[in-house]
Design a binder for this molecule. Structure first.
Ligand SMILES: Nc1ncnc2c1ncn2[C@@H]1O[C@H](COP(=O)(O)OP(=O)(O)OP(=O)(O)O)[C@@H](O)[C@H]1O
Ligand SMILES: [Mg+2]
Length: 143
């Protein structure tokens, strides 16, 4: 997070509005996607938002770098991303399911009773479509 975050009031406010809603109003997981060209300030905005929402997500924050559009790095596969998240939650390696569907189900079960924010960085193209298919609500950015 930049030492002195400035501007982006509209986008920051929109993210807080979407992600900060009480669960009783959303009835589901809230998802917001920040999109934009390289270096425009996506990560800074995400980190600033996560900082603002610290109290709202009292169980903690779970960061993952999906490594999309990163020179010299291969994007994480869904299975690799799920494995990393489950490991971060303390799941023993031998208890992590190999099949992504099963791993995703375990991740959902572990997170369901919690209030956890999951900032995912460097998502690859197509991520938004996947989020929409999962019932996501809001896209922020596109500048
Ligand atoms: N609102 C802001 N206030 C102050 N500094 C900012 C702001 N937004 C971005 N910066 C600074 O600009 C630089 C680039 O921002 P950032 O890394 O967030 O961009 P990005 O869109 O995530 O880049 P990439 O596409 O490479 O992931 C960083 O040094 C960051 O600290
Ligand atoms: Mg970034």
């Amino acid at each position: 997070m930049p030492a002195h975050f400035t501007g982006r009031d509209g986008e920051h406010g929109e993210l807080i509005r979407v992600l900060g809603r009480p669960e009783r109003l959303t009835g589901a997981t809230a998802v917001a996607v920040i999109s934009g060209t390289a270096g425009v300030g996506k990560s800074a905005l995400a980190l600033q938002t996560a900082h603002t929402l610290t109290e709202r997500f009292s169980s903690g924050q779970l960061y993952v770098n999906l490594r999309g559009a990163t020179p010299g790095m291969t994007p994480l596969t869904p299975a690799q991303a799920l494995t990393a998240l489950l490991r971060d939650l303390g799941t023993r390696p031998c208890a992590i399911p190999e099949h992504p569907d099963t791993a995703a189900a375990l991740l959902r079960s572990l997170l369901a009773p919690t209030r956890t924010l999951l900032p995912a960085f460097r998502a690859i193209q197509g991520f938004w479509s996947t989020c929409q298919a999962e019932g996501a609500g809001q896209r922020v950015g596109g500048w």
